[in-house]
Design a protein around this ligand. Structure first.
Ligand SMILES: *Cc1c(COP(=O)(O)O)cnc(C)c1O
Length: 379
């Protein structure tokens, strides 16, 4: 990190727009080489202060709910796609107002809402069906949309070709943090099972989970896969990564509050795994920290714990070159995606502030939270 973080409030997420721009350039190069369309999946990253930057490169957003769709429509104003396992009747008119592509999770949902879709005269709304190709290489069931008895998408056995009138697209989402070899194998299955139906479509959405901006990602295979589908079926291709847009672009700055001892040194921080980086517990995974190593790698090893009273609010064990003391800052890496969108105020713990950095303006503190943010979600 080449800028001074000492003026930042703590804890604080900070997104480096230079790193975000680098990701967007990689994604844009895929769009340019293949004429595919890449959307930001808001579920993973909804920091709307950078939507104007994102919108310079990507075609728009994809939403999982009315609120995300509205945020994308109001703050980026490009294409707004939506997919949800089911839509709420009372929200659907507003969804129509904010979206241009709507993907349904079942034929029954499509029939329930198609008259409403067709009644919109002011713009064209393109509808799709999510399919479940029953092929996924994700090993963690909670993240595998093709796990047995999955509710996500229509399987081939349940597909109703006779009810496709008015449907212009198919959508599948079966990947998570994966490389393009997984996509290539997935496309083989989708092609085999659903090829006859893709032929009749205008677009095919390959979902998210493409780790395109990771250093070892094989872009050539991605380009080849997209071109294969375009050539074979003449469809527009959409990709909707969340994580890949914001991968390695942000940090969470936190500070040590206290050191306690119980057969090992434990540092208690002004942040929390449970509140501010919930995927550390849910995935689970161990985030990297600048200038820290694995336990024992450097002379001073600590367990890092959060400030909630949850016993399991532990970020992990790390070692440092110097002993930690109260007030010391810690910089957690890769904290832009699936953090701000997932955090919570469990235990009444305040949310981290949100900041950004760019070359022209330096550090900007965009948002700080307060007691009102806590109170207004309760009654
Ligand atoms: C989660 C999700 C995405 C984004 O996934 P990433 O892993 O963040 O790329 C895209 N589309 C759908 C339907 C999703 O559920």
């Amino acid at each position: 990190m080449d800028f001074d973080i000492s003026s930042l409030p703590s804890p604080c997420y900070i997104v480096d727009e230079r790193l975000l721009t680098r990701n967007l350039e990689i994604l844009h190069s895929v769009q340019q080489r293949t004429e595919c369309n890449i959307l930001l999946a808001l579920k993973g990253f909804s920091m709307y202060s950078v939507f104007p930057l994102v919108g310079r490169y990507l075609k728009g957003v994809t939403a999982s709910s009315l609120f995300e769709a509205r945020l994308g429509y109001e703050e980026m104003g490009k294409e707004v796609h939506i997919y949800a396992p089911a839509y709420i009747e009372g929200e659907f008119d507003q969804i129509l107002g904010n979206c241009d592509h709507i993907t349904f999770n079942s034929f029954d949902q499509w029939h329930r809402f198609k008259d409403k879709v067709n009644s919109v005269k002011t713009k064209k709304i393109s509808c799709g069906i999510r399919i479940n190709p029953e092929y996924s290489e994700i090993e963690t069931p909670i993240y595998n949309p093709c796990y047995q008895n999955s509710r996500l998408g229509v399987t081939l056995a349940n597909f109703r070709p006779e009810e496709l009138q008015g449907i212009e697209g198919l959508h599948f989402h079966t990947m998570c943090e994966q490389n393009s070899d997984t996509l290539e194998r997935t496309i083989k299955v989708v092609d085999q099972k659903f090829g006859n139906y893709i032929k009749t479509m205008k677009w095919l959405n390959l979902g998210g989970g493409h780790h395109i901006t990771r250093p070892d990602y094989d872009i050539e295979t991605l380009v080849r896969s997209i071109t294969f589908l375009q050539d074979k079926y003449g469809v527009d291709i959409y990709l909707e990564p969340g994580e890949a847009v914001a991968l390695n672009t942000g940090f969470l700055i936190a500070r040590v509050l206290d050191i306690v001892d119980n057969d090992m040194k434990i540092a208690i921080l002004d942040t929390s795994a449970a509140c501010h980086m919930p995927d550390v517990l849910e995935m689970p995974y161990r985030p990297n920290i600048v200038d820290a190593g694995n336990p024992g790698e450097y002379p001073y090893t600590y367990r890092l714990g959060g400030l909630t009273c949850l016993a399991g609010d532990i970020i992990g064990d790390y070692s440092f070159k110097q002993p930690l003391k109260p007030g010391d800052p810690l910089v957690f890496c890769d904290m832009a995606h699936y953090t701000m969108v997932k955090n919570n105020m469990f235990n009444g713990v305040n949310l981290p502030s949100i900041a950004s950095y760019n070359r022209e303006e330096g550090i900007k503190i965009i948002r700080q939270f307060s007691y009102d943010d806590f109170k207004t979600r309760l009654s």
